[in-house]
Design a protein around this ligand. Structure first.
Ligand code: AMP
Length: 182
């Protein structure tokens, strides 16, 4: 189920752009103005619910930190579990980690080792607000699969399609994005 054009326009119009944040040259997509807009937020969450109720998912994994907002809300609507994928050092129990390259240096995300239950192959949807280079989402998909679960799709509200993030990620898993920015 794809989003219809009328609803896409309402959601897109609710996202604010901040020039040169957090540094010069970046146009930051601010989703706080989507979240406090009850029409746009409701349309978005209802669409995600309608799409993913057919997937027989067992968990939603949200990427630190804005992926938690959409992921936790969607998991509750679907009546399934929510799992946070966090920046290194934040989770208290035993974790599995995955490093990924940044423009300068590297970063690491972690998930609790038992987050997706004992059974192998639990179906997991990964969600984040935005895909840019795809480094974070790629590491997240690898991490979910490393735990023994299965990443069935990665979902983003916004995709920056002028970067090659999606193409790389599509080699690993299905990718769904609502708003494409080129
Ligand atoms: P990447 O790993 O390059 O795909 O970056 C994705 C992560 O960085 C996501 O968690 C986004 O929230 C954040 N991000 C990157 N670029 C932007 C942007 N232009 N506006 C808002 N968030 C961004």
């Amino acid at each position: 189920m794809e989003l219809n054009d009328t609803d896409r326009k309402i959601i897109e119009a609710s996202i604010r752009e901040i020039k040169d944040f957090p540094k010069e040259g970046i146009i930051f997509k601010d989703i706080t103005t989507l979240l406090n807009n009850k029409e746009a937020y409701t349309l978005l969450m209802n669409h995600l619910y309608t799409r993913y109720k057919e997937y027989h998912l067992e968990y939603i994994a949200g990427i630190d930190a804005r992926g938690f907002i959409f992921g936790a809300a969607l998991a509750q609507m679907l009546q399934i579990g929510f799992v946070p994928i966090r920046k290194k050092g934040k989770l208290p129990y035993t974790t599995i980690g995955e490093k990924y390259a940044l423009e300068y240096g590297e970063d690491e995300i972690e998930v609790h080792i038992d987050a997706f239950g004992k059974k192998k192959g639990a179906k997991v949807l990964i969600i984040d607000d935005l895909i840019a280079t795809g480094g974070t989402a790629n590491a997240a998909a690898t991490l979910v699969n490393k735990t023994g679960a299965e990443c069935v799709e990665c979902c983003f509200i916004i995709a920056l399609t002028f970067l090659d993030g999606i193409k790389k990620l599509e080699e690993k898993t299905e990718v769904y994005s609502l708003i494409k920015v080129d």
